[in-house]
Design a binder for this molecule. Structure first.
Ligand SMILES: [Zn+2]
Ligand SMILES: [Zn+2]
Length: 440
């Protein structure tokens, strides 16, 4: 009816039926959550580009760490680049120290401990970031090498101390943690790897006088609990807040002067061509939480890969330096934005049938390449997905890479039609993901 003049919302707001659309603003445009992965797949930022074009509205994409695709579009003159060279209110960017932890023992380097101690004494606040929840990422029997795995997913179960449970973070499967090894009855089960729950406990032990709280999916299940933690932090009741990605996004805490990244490596080694970009974005966003108020900020990043360009460029707050290295890598391997990708993912209850359908898909794909698609399309795979089993479904995938999206779409339609025989009535489904944001 034209009664509303401004609509604010998450990604689905892009579908709001506005008659006189003048401007679309997509803030934090690099955020992968703009992509809806379930049912109808769409990327809200990409739809915003289309919608703005259709009605000749202005589109404003905002980010301190733009996606490679958007920055490339700006470089090529398809988007106009507007630069904000100064931090808000002219504040200085925090100093970032990168610490090689190969030679350190324990969770925290001495430098990190000193920085936390100093902040407690000066009544300033600290944030500690670790992108893994739970107490231990897996439990290992040193006698026979047994680890607890999820029966539905190809991942180890995470140990949670609070209820002594073993949980799968992909399908929510959970069991009580047994005292002995189920394979050899050994008594020495060991908790390996760290999560935020253990980080919180270690911090409490190290600084018994400090007020420590944790914010992750486990501490924010109750309604309002998320809000209450943020309130307590804002009012200065918390000295050290430990958390996952949840503490990173867009919060403005003026009293935070120190940010510690426990391990910068968790996202670096994902078998996904965007892992460097994600790591750079995450570190930059985390570091950006420090020094937003009167006092200058300090950041310590602990890592096993101190020389990696994602980490080095994040340390120097150097987006364009990062962009130059990353865009060269994408160009050399012809990954987006130099190509478009479509991920064809098969999932099914039977490992054998899913695998043989995937092999058949590979043959069909190759045959299509011979029939003319080979001029502009390259196929990678099929191979088992990095997470080969999730929620009881076995997963295989094949990537098609090409420069023309129209050509790729035609290829996808042809392939899907020929695959119907392989999937129909066999408990296998084919999922076609155009411009995937994750190929795990
Ligand atoms: Zn699972
Ligand atoms: Zn054992």
């Amino acid at each position: 009816k034209g009664e509303v003049s401004i609509v604010i919302g998450a990604r689905s707001a892009i579908f709001a039926p506005l008659q006189r659309l003048g401007i679309i603003i997509v803030d934090e445009e690099h955020d992968p959550s703009y992509k809806q992965e379930e049912k109808l797949k769409y990327h809200a930022r990409d739809l915003a580009v289309v919608r703005a074009k259709q009605v000749e509205a202005t589109l404003l994409l905002g980010s301190a760490t733009p996606s490679l695709e958007s920055y490339y579009n700006a470089e090529k003159g398809r988007f106009r680049l507007l630069h904000l060279p100064e931090r808000i209110e002219g504040k200085h960017l925090p100093r970032v120290d990168v610490l090689d932890i190969k030679k350190e023992s324990g969770l925290f380097s001495e430098k990190m401990k000193t920085a936390l101690q100093k902040n407690i004494e000066e009544k300033k606040q600290s944030l500690l970031f670790l992108n893994r929840r739970g107490f231990a990422s897996f439990i290992l029997c040193p006698d026979c090498g047994f680890t607890f795995k999820c029966p539905n997913c190809s991942v180890t179960l995470t140990y949670h101390l609070r209820d002594r449970s073993l949980q799968c973070h992909y399908c929510d499967y959970r069991i009580q943690a047994p005292a002995d090894c189920p394979q050899c009855q050994g008594h020495q089960l060991r908790r390996m790897g760290i999560g935020t729950e253990r980080l919180e406990e270690e911090i409490r032990t190290l600084f018994p006088g400090a007020h420590v709280e944790r914010m992750d999916r486990d501490t924010t299940t109750r309604k309002q609990s998320h809000h209450h933690i943020l309130k307590r932090f804002e009012s200065g009741h918390i000295d050290i807040l430990v958390g996952t990605q949840m503490i990173v996004k867009g919060h403005d805490f003026p009293k935070v002067t120190f940010v510690g990244v426990i391990s910068a490596d968790t996202s670096l080694h994902f078998p996904d061509f965007r892992s460097s970009e994600r790591t750079f974005q995450l570190l930059t966003q985390v570091a950006g939480r420090a020094g937003r108020g009167e006092s200058p900020g300090e950041v310590i990043v602990q890592t096993y890969n101190p020389d990696h360009y994602s980490i080095q460029r994040a340390k120097e707050h150097d987006f364009s330096g990062f962009y130059r290295e990353e865009i060269q890598f994408r160009k050399d391997l012809e990954y987006p934005p130099f190509s478009r990708l479509i991920n064809f993912r098969l999932s099914g209850n039977s490992e054998k049938r899913t695998k043989s359908a995937a092999e058949e898909m590979g043959k069909i794909g190759q045959a299509l390449l011979k029939k003319g698609y080979g001029k502009g399309i390259e196929i990678l795979g099929p191979s088992a997905a990095p997470f080969a089993k999730v929620r009881g479904k076995f997963r295989w995938q094949m990537l098609a890479k090409g420069k023309s999206s129209r050509f790729l779409h035609q290829f996808a339609l042809d392939l899907a039609a020929r695959m119907e025989e392989q999937t129909k009535g066999r408990g296998i489904s084919l999922d076609i993901d155009v411009d995937p944001v994750s190929i795990l």
